[in-house]
Ligand binder design. Structure first.
Ligand code: PGA
Length: 249
């Protein structure tokens, strides 16, 4: 069995009280299968509750959904890498499409955030992906490699960075990329990572965008996909426990 990552992005859902209940229901299904990793991305206020709830269970980590690049100070409303780390985070999502499109985050911001995450000893999970307009214009690979270049291109030294390919048009729409389309973009991302000596192997590339219990097996049958980043379908602990146990060809 190849190793697979199942990442759940709770977005602005599941407070600390609900997180404790969620984890009890999730682990009632048993421990996470060998060769599989589960990553939870709760809202910042729930990171500590999740860190406590997963303690003692194997193959499971928690991360922040975002971070601000300054380590501390007068930045009302922001969470820094060191603060997330102190709450128990091991990972940080960077450049999620909602950060880019709802909050106006730029490519230059993602570069600073990747640097800040690594400085705080958090593993960055960099999200990239094209809009529908860009896909229809045939610009998918140009957009995605441009986002990689902006966030990682100037790095010196190799660091472990996970990439999540999330086409914007597939997020929360019920319309996932076909496994073949996703695999093609993953191949291009892997090629970019190999050509630019800025990330450490093994390269882990997740697909996200309307992943659910019905389409996970078909998506993960493509060996270019090393796992999935899941929003809506990660919110029910029993469904999520089932999804992380999906049989994969
Ligand atoms: P979705 O979200 O699974 O609800 O489409 C994925 C994501 O935004 O990470």
């Amino acid at each position: 069995m190849r190793p697979l990552v199942f990442a759940g992005n709770w977005k602005m859902n599941v407070g600390p009280v609900e997180a404790r209940e969620y984890l009890r229901a999730f682990f009632a299904a048993g421990e996470i299968p060998h060769e599989r990793s589960v990553w939870f991305f709760p809202p910042a206020v729930s990171i500590e509750a999740v860190a406590q709830g997963i303690a003692g269970h194997r193959n499971v980590s928690v991360g922040s959904q975002d971070l601000y690049w300054e380590p501390k100070g007068a930045f009302t409303g922001a969470t820094s890498g060191p603060l997330a780390k102190q709450s128990g985070a091991r990972l940080a999502l960077i450049g999620h499409s909602e950060r880019r499109h709802v909050f106006g985050e730029t490519d230059a911001d993602t570069e600073k955030k990747v640097t800040a995450a690594l400085a705080a000893d958090l593993q960055p999970v960099l999200c990239v992906g094209e809009t529908l307009e860009q896909r229809e214009a045939g610009d998918t690979l140009k957009v995605v490699t441009g986002q990689l270049e902006a966030a990682l291109g100037k790095r010196d030294g190799k660091a472990r960075v996970t990439i999540a390919y999330e086409p914007v048009w597939a997020i929360g729409t019920g319309r996932n990329a076909t496994p073949q389309d996703a695999a093609q973009v993953h191949g291009a991302i892997r090629g970019w990572l190999k050509d630019h000596a800025v990330t450490a192997a093994p390269f882990v590339i997740l697909y996200g965008g309307s992943v659910n219990l019905k389409n996970t097996a078909e998506l993960l049958a493509e060996h270019e996909l090393d796992g999935v980043l899941v929003g809506g379908a990660s919110l029910n602990p029993r469904d999520w426990a089932q999804l992380v146990r999906t049989a994969v060809a």
